[in-house]
Ligand binder design. Structure first.
Ligand code: FEO
Length: 164
């Protein structure tokens, strides 16, 4: 297997950084929810943050397996405050849509460079993004349905606490 091409290695390193940023963003949302005593929302976001670290590690191992060099860059600071629960979840959904776009760009680059192994590697991420967008979109619908009713929000909070 030929060593991964420099341009693809660079873009995969950027995606690794972006997955770490996703973990940071969701951990920041967890802290926001904890500050509002929404422990279920916070716990759900902590699980999501862990998943993002797993995504980052998949890319880490792949770069290594292809003879590349993992280079960690600074992780930008996420926001710490949102105006409402639904604004935070909406932000998360928009963020996932932007991750889907960047995975798509990576995939097209792998194709352009004739790197089939990277194309196949990225299939997992393409499928994962379908699930991630559906997950956040479903959560946003539930939050919107709860609306301004604090009891409905607390009920949703206790359901979200069950995510493992
Ligand atoms: Fe790693 Fe939420 O995509």
């Amino acid at each position: 297997m030929p060593r991964i091409k420099g341009r693809l290695e660079e873009e995969l390193n950027k995606q690794l950084n972006s997955e770490l940023y996703s973990a940071y963003l969701y951990l920041s949302m967890a802290a926001y929810f904890d500050s509002m005593n929404l422990r279920g929302f916070a716990s759900w976001m902590k699980v999501q943050a862990k998943e993002e670290l797993e995504h980052a590690m998949k890319i880490y191992e792949y770069i290594n397996d292809r003879g590349g060099r993992v280079k960690l860059d600074a992780i930008k600071a996420p926001p710490t405050q949102w105006s409402s629960v639904s604004e935070a979840i909406e932000h998360a959904l928009r963020h996932e849509e932007s991750v889907t776009e960047s995975i798509g760009r990576l995939y097209r680059l792998a194709k352009e460079l004739g790197d089939e192994a990277t194309e196949v590697f990225l299939h997992w991420f393409i499928n994962e993004q379908v699930e991630e967008e559906a997950l956040f979109s479903d959560l946003l619908n539930k939050v919107k349905a709860a609306g301004e009713d604090p009891r409905a929000l607390l009920m949703l909070d206790s359901v979200l606490a069950g995510r493992k």
